[in-house]
Design a protein around this ligand. Structure first.
Ligand code: DX5
Ligand code: ZN
Length: 221
């Protein structure tokens, strides 16, 4: 497995000073910026679009931006986010009419593609597309909101996804999103995740560096 990556979800950041928040969390040791896009259609909430991604790049953010699309339809947003400076783009397969085509659009746009699985979405969507994936994102909460509790069944699903990755022989990151905290990150890593999204666990604390350090020390145990 590759080195662990910590990806703060800016959903829980202070949006009145987003550039500063992203600078601070990266300076505090974060690896990747997780960017949650919600459309009030695929999920019952409305967040941010490509303009905000572009503004972060203009502000000087050079870290990878991990765009998590919770939108339907999917394809229109791919090109726009690629042009806005996204590094990774993932989408929910049941929100796309043509999963292979959407993945190929991401690749052709120069970004790294991922598929996202809700807690009750079967991993069968991985069949036939593993060779195109840079990452698999398992949701450990139902999508739409930050600050929810980790769904324990996600650990078993992580193990299954990790086994599928090993069997495939491809180099695919396994990302987990929802309810990740200092006190469960080790169990989540043991179940097979190597990339950790954390929103409220980081942004609800005053000292981002302290939280990220605690997470890394749990991962090193
Ligand atoms: C939920 C989002 C998550 C969320 C994570 O739909 O995809 O990225 O912001 O937030 P926490 O870490 O607070 O569960
Ligand atoms: Zn997310």
């Amino acid at each position: 497995m590759k080195p662990y990556l910590i990806a703060p979800s800016i959903l829980s950041a202070n949006f009145t000073k987003l550039g500063e928040e992203v600078d601070n969390v990266l300076a505090a040791g974060a690896d990747v910026v997780h960017f949650d896009v919600m459309d009030n259609h695929y999920v019952p909430n409305l967040t941010i679009g490509p303009l905000v991604c572009k503004a972060l790049r203009k502000h000087g953010v050079t870290a990878d931006i991990d765009v998590h699309l919770m939108v339907q339809p999917v394809d229109d947003m791919i090109k726009q986010f690629a042009d806005a400076g996204a590094s990774y783009i993932s989408f929910h397969p049941e929100a796309s009419q043509h999963v292979d085509r959407s993945l190929q659009l991401i690749i052709d746009s120069g970004c790294k593609p991922g598929l996202v699985f809700n807690p009750a979405t079967p991993l069968q969507y991985l069949d036939h597309v593993m060779h195109k994936l840079h990452h698999i994102l398992l949701m450990s909460v139902n999508p739409g909101f930050g600050g929810q509790s980790f769904i324990p069944q996600s650990l078993e699903k992580l193990k299954q996804a990790r086994a599928l990755i090993e069997q495939s022989g491809f180099d695919i990151r396994l990302e987990i999103d929802g309810g990740v905290k200092v006190d469960n990150i080790r169990a989540i890593a043991e179940a097979g995740a190597d990339m950790f999204v954390a929103g409220s666990a980081i942004f609800d604390q005053a000292d981002y560096q302290a939280v990220i350090r605690q997470m890394r020390s749990e991962l090193a145990l």
